[in-house]
Design a protein around this ligand. Structure first.
Ligand SMILES: [Zn+2]
Length: 251
């Protein structure tokens, strides 16, 4: 619990620091302008846009910190129910790594790398706990490694086979919707794959260890799908894509 208090405090300190910076810049600008020509803060081109973007990013990052918090809580509860042994020890070590990376993400330190490091460690923890190396459930990675492949078509997109947990496979078999991981955004609560590029590094961490282009194929045609190939090439290098177009999108 302490970690989250630190995380929230870190966001608060970052916001305060940003506010101080704006005030200092504004005073410095006014002091440096000759008397009678001081245009004032409101006339600086781009300032309103920049502070708008910064505020939007702070809201996004706070929402993402909340998502990481919820998922790590679920994983801790799962670990508590696991008998002591090598699997539990591995999972506990990975959860500690995940929490440390999440703390750095909350403090806005190399945020993309630390977001990915958080879910990379979380993915190793769920695989250790489940004793499976399968890719995680596409609908919600915290569900754990996939137990089945099902046909799925995102919002009018092409049908493709996706890895899912046993519970989501059963829901789909019964004609119900899968339990998709939703996230809060400025546009409302949406599935993580509809939140544009916000959750790219989050998703790539969960799928660390699998074919690097797997997520790009599984989520082609969704909002996140447009952001995945470029980010995957940036992380793994263009040579990691020998088929040019990250392989076939679906069967
Ligand atoms: Zn699932």
């Amino acid at each position: 619990m302490q970690f989250w208090i630190i995380g929230v405090a870190a966001v608060g300190i970052t916001l305060a620091a940003f506010g101080t910076l704006v005030v200092v810049s504004r005073s410095a600008f006014r002091a440096s302008a000759p008397e009678g020509t001081r245009p004032g803060f409101r006339l600086l081109p781009g300032n309103a846009m920049m502070s708008g973007l910064a505020a939007s990013w702070e809201r996004d990052r706070a929402a993402m910190v909340g998502v990481l918090h919820e998922d790590l809580q679920v994983l801790h509860a799962r670990l508590d129910a696991l008998p002591a042994g090598p699997a539990a020890e591995t999972a506990a070590a990975q959860l500690r790594r995940a929490e440390e990376a999440a703390r750095r993400f909350a403090a806005n330190e190399e945020w993309a790398d630390n977001l990915r490091a958080t879910t990379t460690a979380a993915g190793r923890a769920v695989r250790a706990m489940a004793g499976s190396e399968e890719p995680v459930c596409l609908f919600n990675p915290v569900h754990g490694p996939a137990a089945a492949q099902v046909e799925w078509a995102p919002g009018g997109g092409a049908r493709r086979r996706v890895p899912v947990c046993a519970q989501d496979a059963a829901r789909l078999r019964d004609g119900g919707p899968p339990l998709v991981r939703t996230v809060p955004t400025d546009e409302g609560v949406v599935p993580y794959f509809a939140a544009h590029g916000r959750y790219v590094d989050w998703l790539l961490g969960w799928y660390d260890g699998a074919d690097p282009y797997l997520t790009a194929r599984l989520l082609a045609g969704t909002a996140i799908g447009g952001h995945l190939p470029g980010r995957i090439r940036a992380i793994h290098g263009a040579d990691s894509d020998p088929l040019g177009e990250f392989g076939r999108v679906h069967d």
